[in-house]
Design a protein around this ligand. Structure first.
Ligand SMILES: [Zn+2]
Length: 167
């Protein structure tokens, strides 16, 4: 049993930055804002995670990765998944948006609560090409390489790219 004083909440948060989203390996769960709460409860750390998309199969893999990492460090823990409030792309850090773009995925258009309401009715948003930054892009498919992304084509540089859908 690890004494709680041997690891601080900040150190634990830094440790969790080692956990990457299996679908977008450049992003960590911290980048995505998935770690909602870290607290010491009785004799273990309670970590509350909100998955980015409930349908994403990546959630189980992420929980397993966290469990493996903390077990390796002998850190007593309990993982809790909460779906409320639902994850929103607004929780992504600015750094995460830059990383996404550098990775060739268009980051979600901001003000998700507003835009997403519209998106439910299949209206398109203006997505900038991550390669050339052109706004002359068109939606090819609502589902890109995963359900979390949409496939776009840039009419300027003619590249196709994934758009990280806004939720
Ligand atoms: Zn382009």
């Amino acid at each position: 049993m690890v004494n709680p004083s041997t690891i601080s909440k900040d150190e634990l948060s830094i440790l969790l930055e080692q956990i990457h989203d299996p679908e977008i390996p450049v992003l960590t769960i911290q980048d995505l804002g998935m770690v909602r709460d870290v607290s010491w409860v009785n004799d273990h750390w309670k970590i509350v995670i909100t998955p980015t998309y409930t349908a994403c199969p990546a959630v189980d893999a992420i929980l397993e990765d966290i469990g493996t990492l903390l077990n390796q460090q002998n850190i007593p823990h309990q993982l809790e998944v909460t779906l409320s409030p639902a994850w929103t792309t607004d929780w992504m850090t600015q750094q995460a948006r830059q990383k996404l773009k550098a990775y060739g995925i268009a980051p979600p258009v901001e003000q998700s609560d507003h835009v997403c309401g519209i998106q439910l009715f299949q209206k398109e948003v203006t997505v900038h090409c991550p390669q050339c930054n052109s706004d002359q892009t068109s939606l090819l498919s609502s589902f890109g390489s995963t359900a979390c992304k949409a496939l776009y084509k840039c009419n300027h540089c003619l590249e196709t790219f994934d758009y990280f859908k806004c939720h």
